[in-house]
Design a protein around this ligand. Structure first.
Ligand code: SF4
Ligand code: SF4
Length: 393
């Protein structure tokens, strides 16, 4: 590992090209807020020149892992790999910040998380204020006071069930924590689209968090344990493919799990089946599209804007910087909300410029972040998942 990480550091030739695309640099405006500076800090900690500290943890933690720097870097520096290594190193020396520890612990326990969300939904009149335009209630309780949160009363039960007949292939559906607990309506739409298209959908009961948040914050052991649990759950069933409708989960499963069963993103299936799809609502309003970093840069899937433009030439409005990070950044949204919300406001401004009334995306984390950004900036548009745009003919 030691030699490997040395090789990774040496790829950075310190040209500074990454400064032109890094969303955090545009706000922080110092070397500590961009890939070049973060790599220098990582190298210094590796060589024992500096020690892990809260300040260092903050500089490294503010990276959103959006990969925009990797996309522009002519030296092919694996910035995200270096950031993950550095977070792991800092975690080993001083541990994780308190809020991160709590969130990561919760993500290991889906049944507890489900109970917590249900309790939240039942008590939503006391803990939040409902409003009409945006998805969710505005929380009144610290530490999330003022945050828009989609608490669902849904009694959907997907786990352990099989939907539809196998006319084409059998698909194992990986639910993903955010979709399962915050956006069950999206899962319902995904199942409907897949079954209408002739796929059978099998949902293993024992699946859990994909482990991406754990790996991203440096806890490789926890990420490996969660991956093992999910692999066992999906290896037990007879399926042709594994699919998720969360771009972050898909990219993590593709890149970290090493499965023999092919893994596909819901967006890939939409691209493949585009000729079979139509709008879910005849009164669909003009919409724009936000490209998740974990779809375009982490998985190399770039065709969705083209598909949308082809299917909805009158309604699709491309926003400026449609593929720039929304600012969620995993744990960054909780630990460093000031950075996250500033980047979110830039996204809301771009949405406003497109004149769209709907924002389509295919990652629930982006949905949550963008909906909050629209709410905070009072831009009148709502956020939906790609699955909510379609029904099958
Ligand atoms: S990460 Fe890449 S783009 Fe940024 S300074 Fe290093 S070599 Fe240049
Ligand atoms: S991954 Fe994104 S936030 Fe992190 S250094 Fe690169 S461009 Fe900046």
């Amino acid at each position: 590992m030691s030699e490997k990480i040395d090789e990774l550091f040496s790829k950075c030739v310190k040209c500074g090209r990454c400064k032109s695309v890094c969303p955090t640099y545009s706000i922080i405006q110092t070397e500590w807020g961009v890939a070049r500076g973060r790599i220098a800090m990582a190298q210094a900690i590796h060589e024992g020149k500096i020690k892990a500290s809260d300040t260092l943890q903050e500089h490294i933690g503010k990276c959103l892992m959006c990969m925009a720097c990797e996309e522009i870097c002519t030296s092919q520096t694996p910035v995200v790999e270096i950031i993950k290594w550095t977070r792991g190193k800092i975690e080993e020396e001083i541990g994780l910040p308190f809020k991160e520890r709590i969130i990561l612990r919760l993500l290991k326990e889906p049944s507890f998380l489900e109970k917590l969300i249900k309790m939240g939904a039942i008590s939503s009149p006391f803990i939040g204020k409902s409003q009409t335009l945006y998805r969710g209630i505005v929380l009144r309780i610290p530490p999330f006071k003022g945050y828009l949160f989609p608490l669902s009363f849904s009694s959907h039960q997907f786990r352990g069930k099989v939907f539809g007949e196998k006319k084409k292939e059998s698909i194992g559906l990986f639910l993903g924590c955010l979709l399962e607990f915050l956006y069950p309506d999206v899962i319902e739409k995904v199942i409907k689209i897949l079954t209408n298209l002739g796929y059978q959908v099998v949902i293993p009961d024992e699946q859990t968090c994909c482990g991406h948040p754990h790996l991203a914050t440096g806890d490789k052991d926890a990420a490996q344990k969660l991956a093992r649990k999910n692999k066992d759950a999906f290896e037990k069933i007879k399926i042709d493919k594994i699919l998720t409708a969360c771009a972050t989960c898909t990219s993590h499963i593709k890149n970290f799990y090493n499965l023999s069963t092919p893994v596909v993103d819901f967006a890939e299936l939409i691209i493949k089946e585009a000729h079979m799809l139509k709008s879910s609502d005849a009164k669909l309003e003009p919409f724009t599209y936000h490209e998740p970093c974990h779809l375009k840069r982490a998985q190399g899937i770039k065709e969705i804007p083209e598909v949308l433009n082809h299917l909805f030439p009158e309604l699709y409005k491309e926003m400026p910087d449609y593929d720039r990070c929304c600012g969620f950044g995993g744990i960054a949204v909780i630990e460093y909300p000031e950075i996250s919300s500033k980047i979110g406001s830039e996204k809301a401004e771009n949405i406003k410029q497109s004149n769209a009334k709907i924002v389509v995306t295919c990652c629930p984390a982006c949905m949550l972040q963008i909906e909050n950004a629209l709410f905070a900036t009072k831009v009148k548009a709502k956020t939906i998942h790609l699955a909510e745009l379609f029904l099958c003919s």
